[in-house]
Design a protein around this ligand. Sequence first.
Ligand code: EPZ
Length: 407
Amino acid sequence: MQGEVTVQGAKNSALPMMAATILCKGQCVLHNVPRLTDVWAASRILNRLGCNCHMEGNTVTIDGGAAQSWEIPDSDMRQMRSSIMFLGPILGRTGACTLSLPGGCELGPRPIDLHLEAMRRMGAAVAEEGERIRCCAKELHGAKIHLPFPSVGVSENVIMAATLAKGETVLTNAAREPEIIDLAAFLNQCGAKIRGAGESTVVIQGVEKLYPTSYTVMPDRIAAVTWLCAAAASKGSICVRGARPSDMEACLSVLEQAGCRLGICPDRIFLEASRPLRAVPEIRTMPHPGFPTDGQAILMALLATAAGTSVFEETIFESRYMHAGELLRMGANIRIFGRTAIVRGVPRLHGAAVAAQDLRGGAALAAAAAGAEGETVLRGLSHIDRGYEDLAGVFNNLGCQVRRISF
Ligand code: EPZ
């Protein structure tokens, strides 16, 4: 692979931000929204609520003020994990929300107990009736909420619900992901009073009303890592424009330890990987700013051909190694022991028929195929389309030969 690519807007910022527009009475405009099936799913939910969500290119307009319903059908909730993102804004805006368990990647159990507990702390009564969950609160009030785990989604739901709650909310052990900073910046631009986003303690002062605004979504750091790893796997070189290196320190450090040559600018990253790669002895997924779980599969695909033994420990999700079995079909040498993966580098992978089982696992298989000898047939593109605007197009522009065929 050789060339340059401009990175798409961040899926994991755009999705909560789309939900957050419900808090505003009026039309919000979001720019740099990636064209993904998860974004269509969020758009369907917003339109089901009556919010007139419309996407033109990478710009989404949403009129939260037009919403008339606060019940999300089970079919919509099952479309993706981030449908749980609607709980906080709907409760914050109206005090009542009916939804069911979200769908999404099978990365192990995806419980929502911490989401529901946080809403209870803010005064919501939560009734679980089979699959359906009814939340209601005469009036959400501020609360001190300490998270047992710095959950990204729970942190986002609390911040969104607290913007219109009565009084002050202090959220401790909050997630520190860059997408949370982006969400808070959007909400503060709407008139919210959020301090400390991106730190472990976030303080939200409830306000009476939020006003619509227009905002540009941050770049997708995991898509940027994906393009860097695909180029490195093919022993090529790449310039990833629009990436924000400050969001990606942990992944860039692993790429450097593996022997990739990096050129870092504030708004772009150069990578060159002509030298043989070397193993990275320990990679442990952690909440940000630690190594991101979303980068684990993608870096594993790269290190499958790095000389030596790399050891991964997946501490965030219970079952996020489904890609390992598929990499074995391509000639990788990987052993899984619970949450630990031992990756012994082989000289080169070979093409094979493989199947994506989840979003980032699918991206990992594509990155592996970019460096493999021969042709790879990759099924399960519906997983990849959840998070990448046009992976095949990006790969083709970088010199890889990719054809999408429907079976
Ligand atoms: C967000 O998921 C991201 N999704 C995920 O990205 C990412 O992998 C994850 O954060 C961790 O960084 C979006 O932002 C849309 P969590 P989220 O709540 O919010 C447990 C991708 O590939 N937990 O931080 O669901 C949970 O089971 C996706 O783009 C509870 O136990 O992640 C998991 O083990 C995949 N109870 C851990 O916390 C709860 O109520 C981390 O979950 C909530 C979470």
